[in-house]
Design a protein around this ligand. Structure first.
Ligand code: AMP
Ligand code: MG
Length: 358
């Protein structure tokens, strides 16, 4: 077991001495968890195959699920990709640094260990200043998936990195709560027309304003289509809380009524019930643990709260979780995408006469 050093840092003024040391750890093949604007990342040297193998081992992640390479300068991208399509330049200008990942054809410099065996590489330029400083101090290329054990919700605060990775990484940098709370949007630029592989803060409309028409990967539209997902990570179980999660769609009062009835039935069975709701409905539920993700109109609050709430239900050993559904808006698709994965796609439409099971 490694001894994990835990350091706290303010994004407004990253401590140069600690950053230098953290960079040295990565240069020497070690791992550092660090904040980004989306979720916390688990970083290693993207150009060192041994580092990537360590990342997979620390996460317990299947090694065909590729990592995202993080850079801190636009010009560095030329070293790790074999071709920069014109769309990438437009997107970089509009959204980088920021929560957008682009897929390129990779150069020989990037080992297959980092890309899960693929000839393509995912690249992101994060806006978080601690992340930027660390990437620079590490030699310019950090491979970083989310800093959680595989299958668990992505960490939005450093405490959860510690929970999952204590003894598995050399250092954890606590930079406070992240701003967005959902992983980056992923867009594939290697196939002719651009395709969204994972929805995120940068949504389809924003991308289309820059590029014109942008497709959405068909496995995102119909998750049960049986088509193999283009982003290998999408086929794995994600974010799953230990309790069984079901999303309830329908008219507000009906949702509250059905959830309260289910909570009462669960109580009789000796099962603990959790509810994911919004400020507008929090007072209406009667269950063991009722958690608001924020005001319904405040999508950023909902996005930032979601993974934290799923982890809190684990801590509270909740057996059954019911969540209101979140659609529309700018972040709606990204929030629902994560929630659906966490729920294993269990969704009940009350309006269609479906019912919550006992
Ligand atoms: P994470 O960093 O934990 O959010 O996971 C990275 C995600 O990016 C995974 O779902 C991968 O499947 C996806 N990804 C990384 N590299 C590629 C690539 N070359 N092609 C398609 N998807 C990728
Ligand atoms: Mg992840």
């Amino acid at each position: 077991m490694l001894k994990t050093e835990y350091v706290t840092m303010n994004e407004a003024s990253p401590d140069p001495e600690v950053i230098r040391r953290a960079g040295q750890i990565i240069k020497e093949g070690g791992l550092v968890a660090f904040p980004t604007e989306t979720v916390y990342g688990l970083g290693g040297d993207a150009l060192n195959p041994a580092s990537s193998r360590k990342i997979y081992a620390a996460k317990g992640r299947p090694s065909d699920n590729p990592l995202i390479v993080h850079v801190c300068r636009l010009e560095d991208i030329e070293l790790i990709v074999s071709e920069i399509p014109p769309e990438a330049e437009k997107l970089a200008e509009a959204f980088w640094p920021g929560p957008l990942t682009m897929i390129f054809k990779k150069s020989d410099l990037v080992p297959k260990e980092t890309t899960g065996g693929l000839d393509t590489v995912a690249v992101r330029f994060p806006s978080n200043r601690i992340a930027q400083a660390l990437i620079d101090a590490s030699g310019g290329f950090i491979a970083a998936p989310s800093a959680n054990r595989s299958g668990r919700p992505s960490p939005t605060v450093a405490k959860y990195c510690m929970e999952d990775l204590d003894g598995r990484v050399e250092m954890i940098i606590d930079g406070g709560e992240v701003g967005i709370g959902l992983e980056s949007t992923i867009i594939d630029l290697t196939e002719g027309s651009p395709v969204i592989l994972r929805p995120g803060f940068v949504n389809r409309k924003m991308l289309e304003e820059v590029l014109g028409n942008v497709e959405v990967d068909s496995t995102l539209i119909t998750p049960d289509s049986g088509i193999a997902p283009k982003a290998p990570g999408m086929k794995y179980r994600h974010y799953a809380p230990r309790g069984e999660l079901v999303i309830i769609e329908g008219e507000r009062d009906k949702v509250v009524e059905e959830v309260n009835k289910a909570a009462a039935r669960n109580a009789e069975l000796g099962l603990k019930t959790g509810v994911i709701c919004t400020d507008e409905t929090e007072e209406l539920y009667r269950a063991d643990s009722v958690k608001s993700a924020g005001r319904r109109s405040d999508e950023l609050s909902v996005a930032r709260s979601l993974f934290r709430i799923l982890r809190e239900f684990d801590d509270e050993q909740v057996d059954r979780i019911y969540s209101e559904s979140f659609g529309g808006g700018n972040l709606g698709r990204a929030i629902m995408n994560r929630l659906m994965k966490a729920a294993g796609h269990r969704l009940v439409h009350l309006g269609r006469g479906e019912k919550l099971q006992d």
